[in-house]
Design a protein around this ligand. Structure first.
Ligand code: SF4
Length: 451
């Protein structure tokens, strides 16, 4: 019965998506509005009523920034990619999967994430300064069967969105495509250095339709190549040209630091990546993780405040940029603070350790030894569940960066061990590096939050 209902709902969504894609130059507004109605009737109160109204307002503003953005995607992106993304990320992951996910949370009384980030390998074709992948060593990997098994178990719990990082995930591009084929109703996303993207891979992406990319960039050639190696910036530009020519969905993954924050948020830089075909840009605040972390790269409180305003400026309907920008540290208000520990996501490193977050290298569960559900029920994840949100002020979401005493307490209480295989870092050392930052940011964050 459940399967039949799912098929009927899926077919209804597919029909509306097809008509929105076909009628783009005639009457797409009606189809998009119908999509919102359908979502509302399906998801009901899972989203706030204001969210549906906001979506309708955007759709009715035909010449507005976001409808122009959508129309450009419809004009420029491969139809198979658009349809598959809308079905997999929109229908399967956001609507149907989320329903199962909520039921699983109730049933198992633990956090069940919306997405899982996995490292297929610790191997990488580059040697970037300060990359956490290097900390795991270069010989670890999750086999195809292990990845497949995680996804199969995840789907049972309602998880239909899988991301890869590494190492360089595209070192395993054949397996990644094979998994896209096998789990064709799931959405996949890879954080990549971009240097292994070629025409053949773009064609494969086009064929499967359910894989998108975020390419790492630190700035222009000099800064980027200073960290990643000579020639990498130009290789990334070429990769973007190829992805754009093949109608693929991609964006950038940018780690902002005290040194590059002005460059990577400048109008010129954003205009460049938009011109290259990027649809989104994920901004990640630098995290001082690892025994050798460069604490001086932590943004100052003035820079953090600038970033808070700047990302909103980039997104703004009036005067903003035609790209979707999201800053994981300053946009906690949209996701209720920290999303880690399985609340919305978790990370599985190439050794199989199931960690709360890609930045939190502590765990007491390995996916090679326990089921996904057991890993989600490990003491550290249960402590996350109990403690979330770690701060009522979502501009101070992190149990490490802005509330270091919280991570220290959780790791000590649960006995989770360091998963860093090369240079295990004590939680006291890690959190000690964040204390001054947390102290300095607190007052400004509270002032902004009150506003
Ligand atoms: S642990 Fe920190 S970095 Fe990770 S999701 Fe939570 S707030 Fe973000």
């Amino acid at each position: 019965m459940g399967k039949l209902v799912h098929q009927t709902e899926r077919a209804a969504f597919g029909k509306v998506i097809d008509s929105a894609m076909k009628r783009i130059n005639k009457d797409s507004e009606k189809s998009f509005l119908k999509m919102v109605d359908l979502t509302e009737s399906f998801a009901k109160d899972r989203f706030r009523p204001e969210s549906y109204e906001a979506a309708r307002k955007i759709i009715r503003d035909k010449d507005g920034k976001w409808m122009s953005y959508v129309n450009r995607i419809l004009d420029e992106v491969s139809p198979n990619v658009i349809r598959t993304t809308a079905m997999n990320l929109g229908f399967e992951a956001m609507l149907s999967g989320t329903k199962i996910m909520h039921e699983s949370r109730e049933k198992y009384q633990c956090n069940i994430p919306w997405l899982i980030l996995m490292d297929p390998t610790s191997a990488c074709n580059l040697k970037c300064t300060g990359c956490w992948a290097a900390e795991y060593g270069h010989t670890l990997s999750l086999t195809y069967d292990e990845l497949d098994n995680i996804i199969s178990q995840g789907k049972e719990l309602g998880i239909y969105f899988y991301m890869y990082t590494g190492g360089e995930p595209l070192v395993r591009k054949a397996d990644i495509i094979k998994l896209c084929e096998k789990h064709k109703e799931c959405a996949f996303h890879a954080f990549t250095n971009g240097t292994l993207v070629d025409d053949a891979f773009c064609e494969e992406m086009d064929r499967v339709g359910n894989l998108s990319l975020s390419i790492s960039l630190e700035g222009y050639e000099e800064v980027n190549d200073g960290r990643r190696g000579s020639g990498v910036f130009n290789q990334v530009m070429e990769a973007m040209d190829k992805l754009k020519a093949h109608g693929q969905i991609f964006g950038t993954s940018i780690c902002y630091t005290s040194a590059n924050i002005d460059t990577v948020t400048s109008d010129e830089f954003l205009d460049m990546i938009i011109e290259k075909g990027c649809r989104y840009t994920w901004y990640f605040h630098y995290m001082p993780v690892g025994n050798d972390a460069a604490v001086e790269l932590l943004p100052t409180k003035e820079q953090r405040e600038y970033m808070y305003h700047r990302v909103r400026e980039i997104r703004a309907v009036e005067g903003g940029k035609p790209i979707f920008a999201f800053d994981f540290q300053n946009d906690g208000e949209y996701v209720g603070g920290c999303i880690a520990g399985g609340r919305n996501y978790c990370h599985i490193n190439p050794n199989g350790d199931v960690e709360p977050c890609v930045f939190i290298h502590y765990s007491s569960a390995n996916i090679k030894e326990v089921s996904l559900l057991e890993a989600l029920q490990q003491p550290l994840f249960m402590a996350y569940r109990e403690g979330q949100p770690f701060n009522e002020n979502h501009l101070r979401p992190c149990p490490m960066l802005e509330n270091p005493e919280k991570l220290m307490e959780m790791v000590r209480k649960t006995g989770a061990r360091s998963t860093d295989m090369q240079s295990p870092e004590s939680v006291e050392h890690l959190c000690g590096k964040c204390e001054l930052y947390a102290q300095e940011w607190k007052d400004k964050a509270n002032e902004l939050w009150r506003k």
